[in-house]
Write a protein that binds this ligand. Sequence first.
Ligand code: PMH
Length: 375
Amino acid sequence: MEHLQNFRPTQALINLDAVYANVSNLRQHLHSDVHIMAVIKANAYGHGDIQVAKTALRAGATMLAVATPEEALHVRKHISDVPILILGAVPVSFAPYAAKYDITLTVFSTEWLQRIASSATTFEKFLTVHLKVDSGMGRIGVRTISELRDVYDTATNMPNVVVDGIFTHFATADEEDPTFYEQQLQTFTTFVQSLPVKPRIVHAANTAASLVKEHVQFDAVRFGISMYGLAPSDYVAEHLPYPLQPALSLVTELVHVKQLHAGDSVGYGATYVAKEDEWVGTLPIGYADGMIRGLANQEVLVGGERAPIIGRICMDQVMIKLPKKFPIGESVVLIGKQGHEEIFIQEWADRLHTIVYEVPCMLTERIPRVFVTEK
Ligand code: PMH
């Protein structure tokens, strides 16, 4: 069948120039010999992994990080010759493919290494690994120096395995109180110093640490949320070394406009009842797109003004109260700018009592990502 797509006007516009600016500003901010690892897991936090990765690489990133084998293979299909690190634990069955496709794995268990030992002798290429230290996040990683030495010695004694890096992850780098962060940094530094040879790439910083902490850059930083123009926390937002440019907008169009009279109701449960004559529009987006029902009471932009959602959000549609009559096809912005008004992802996150990370990840595959760039 011919390529027929995007009839529905609901789209996530991804401004790749914003991604470029966010990464190249970080490039200026960091010491020149520090690598930028662009974190593009979960389809680049819902923004589109391949396009974001290519843009980040043009802007100065030299490495990519994902969460799963599937994500790594997808990226490798489109991008060769750039290191890709899988940040999560992977099953031993993936190890031969990691070697074959030049994908770097996170390793933190001697047992895991022993389980790949027999197949490692048949790997077509070296398997590159980064060792993971759990310095306080409590997620994955070795927790003692003797565990680290065990994993390190086992890996370095395996013929086809190369220990290329070591890293940790901060739990509180985006908070004002530095106590726990400093403890983690101290622990990690001690662990790294315990190794007989420093691996080539030592890395610890996420966005928050990259932007607001000094002396934590090591050999690379892992840059996620602010590549997309979002601050990891209010504290970081207030201490940014350069302004961030949000990359994602969510847009649609009015597909139906009608006048209600006093007493007419809207939506499942007939929860909204018009008090007077009012104009109501229908938008082709709903909870199956990730616009979940917790966003009732959120506003959208139409004609450069805010208009509230009314009634319950349906699976594929949602109704809004219009300030006046608008034609069908009038453009509506759910996230982003229209005229002098702007709705930030933070506003959705606040409404949902969550963090900005969750919002773009929540937008389902039914919403096409449309890439915009002037460069
Ligand atoms: N490194 C690791 C190991 C991560 O898990 C993440 C984000 C990053 C770097 C990038 O962090 P940033 O986006 O704050 O820059 N991981 C997650 C997570 O697991 N849940 O929320 C963010």
